[in-house]
Design a protein around this ligand. Structure first.
Ligand code: ARG
Length: 563
């Protein structure tokens, strides 16, 4: 039980049913002036129910409440202020964290329900963009946060591995490609071939006709064409894997768009049988005027299926395979209409579970003013950004701690952690730009600052060098420790908010606040001084390190014991 719950339960019996427990907990705030108390309950909301002025209600409630449970309860105007008994509460919090370890903050809201998460999903034969980076790290963080509240996340990389562009690519490769160059540097070469195709096709329209023919052969599984497509795909995945390895992220499925090639007929037929789709100029569409959406294109007049058709088949497949409680799509904001259309069509098909499909959009990031682009001359590769960040981290460590043992490993964690933290600290809908020099820093609102705080805590524990005796009372009452205790007990509430809003930035802000509070404690209290409270102080350091590590883990950021 955290403090808010503790307070809510003491107030609840005196409210004559005016509020339910959840509402009450959410109303409890932290006074801006801590002189007033640790928590405050604004009683305005009760005025209507009791038909009295808030000030009078506050005064009456103060008389009714059980004062033995608190240090102090006072009425100040329309507020009830509570001071918590620090000794008892800090001891309870520290014991709980040490006891539960990385399970601290777990809550069973999900009851083990399956939650497929469509994330990352880059397009093969193209470099992974910063947008795909966002989808990957936001998706991974959401997966971990959902798992923390006991859902079962299923990470799916819905690779963009199908489409007429593969006809063009294969034609370009056959005309001008060099197998050795492609093998050496697949994505770069394939992008160049693709660009070349478009330049040459302007002068020679027969290339477009050839490309369409080759794509048709691909659909018909013509072995030579299919072999090339497979090769492009394998080589692309190998490149993506390097990025996923740097990020330390693994998928449960790599089922891309092509996986649904033989699974679309079912839904297309059903749409026709139920009279939901119509033929429009040879194409098959679903009119969505009633939803204020543009018509959903199901098949082009040449019979080709579309991105949306695949997503319809994908939704059927996921519902059947995973019987999901909810199904998440972490995809850029620019695809909002696509997901609205997808859900609207499923609704017309009577699939009410489409209400459980949630598009989680995010804004655009740019790097030093540049969009990651596949166009010539303006290409910033994601892998290069990560690699450069790792190099900067290496320099920083070299300066700070030249004798550190596993420098390469720590530099990877710090360099990647800097980029990931910077991505996650902003509300996901915000668009932003970044410069590596600003974020690969041990100071400021950065990932490395939090990682460094963690390793600082670990080195205190190492210096102490003894086991903490859990039989002992571990209570602290000074102001600096108290701020840390309050931050630690607030972890669960932040997890639940982050989970409900699919918003990793809530955890990112939380962990920053915890690190800052801890560093104030570190700067103002002689933690290792040998006196009565030494063991409790170290226990608090350990509890903090457990929460820092776990909160960073929820952001998919690794920690190092020594930095
Ligand atoms: N490959 C797509 C893109 O890069 C993203 C796919 C998202 N997932 C989905 N089921 N539509 O834009």
């Amino acid at each position: 039980m955290n403090q808010r719950e503790f307070i809510a339960e003491s107030i609840l019996p005196h409210l004559d049913g005016a509020l339910d427990r959840e509402t009450l907990i959410n109303l409890i705030e932290i006074p801006t002036n801590s002189e007033f108390g640790d928590f405050a309950f604004p009683v305005f909301v009760l005025a209507k129910h009791f038909k009295k002025s808030p000030n009078i209600i506050a005064e009456e409630l103060v008389k009714e409440l059980d004062h033995t449970k608190f240090d102090e309860i006072t009425a100040v105007g329309p507020y009830l202020n509570f001071k918590i008994d620090r000794a008892k509460f800090s001891d309870a919090v520290i014991h709980k964290v040490l006891e539960e370890g990385s399970d601290y903050g777990n809550v069973d809201l999900g009851k083990g329900g399956n939650v497929p998460i469509d994330m990352s999903s880059p397009n093969i034969a193209k470099p992974m963009s910063l947008g795909h980076l966002r989808s990957t790290v936001i998706g991974e963080s959401i997966a971990r946060i959902q798992e923390k509240i006991n859902y079962n996340p299923i990470r799916i990389n819905h690779l963009g591995d199908w489409g007429t562009q593969f006809g063009k690519l294969i034609v370009a490769y056959r005309e001008w490609g060099d197998p050795e160059l492609v093998a050496e540097n697949p994505i770069k070469e394939l992008v160049e071939l693709y660009v070349e195709f478009h330049i040459k096709a302007e002068l020679d329209p027969s290339l477009e006709i050839k490309a369409r023919e080759v794509f048709r052969q691909l659909e018909d599984h013509e072995p030579e064409v299919e072999r090339l497509w497979n090769w492009f795909k394998d080589e692309s995945i190998k490149e993506f894997e390097r990025v996923y390895d740097l990020l330390d992220i693994k998928f449960d499925y790599h089922t891309g768009e092509s996986f649904y090639n033989d699974k679309m007929d079912e839904v297309v037929d059903e749409l026709a049988e139920k009279g939901i789709s119509e033929v429009d100029d040879g194409a098959i569409i679903v009119n969505l005027d009633d939803e204020d959406l543009p018509p959903a294109l199901i098949k082009k007049s040449d019979g080709a299926s579309l991105y949306l058709t695949r997503d319809l088949a994908t939704a059927y497949y996921r519902k059947r395979t995973f019987d999901f409680t909810k199904s998440l799509y972490v995809v850029g904001n620019e695809q909002s209409n696509h997901f609205k259309q997808l859900k609207a069509v499923l609704k017309k098909l009577g699939r009410d579970w489409s209400d459980d499909m949630i598009h989680i959009p995010f804004g655009l990031i740019t790097f030093e003013g540049k969009k990651l682009s596949t166009r010539h001359g303006n290409t910033v590769l994601l892998e290069d950004v990560l690699q450069e960040s790792i190099n900067l981290a290496h320099d920083l460590i070299e300066e700070k701690n030249p004798n550190l043992e596993n420098k390469d490993e720590v530099a990877r964690k710090v360099g990647v952690g800097a980029v990931v933290y910077h991505d996650l600290k902003n509300d996901r809908m915000n668009s932003f730009d970044f410069k590596l020099e600003d974020i690969v820093q041990f100071e400021g609102d950065t990932g490395p600052y939090v990682q460094y705080t963690y390793s600082r805590a670990r080195s205190l524990i190492e210096k102490y060098g003894k086991e903490i005796n859990r039989e002992h009372m571990l209570s602290l009452t000074d102001d600096y420790s108290w701020q840390v205790i309050k931050a630690i007990q607030d972890y669960e509430r932040n997890i639940i908010r982050a989970a409900n809003e699919y918003e990793p930035s809530i955890i990112a802000k939380y962990v920053m606040e915890l690190a800052r509070t801890f560093n104030k404690y570190y700067g103002n209290v002689k933690i290792l001084e040998d006196n009565d409270e030494l063991e409790a102080r170290i226990a608090l350091v350990e509890a903090t390190s457990i929460v820092l590590k776990d909160a960073l883990r929820l952001l998919a950021i690794e920690t190092a014991e020594n930095m």
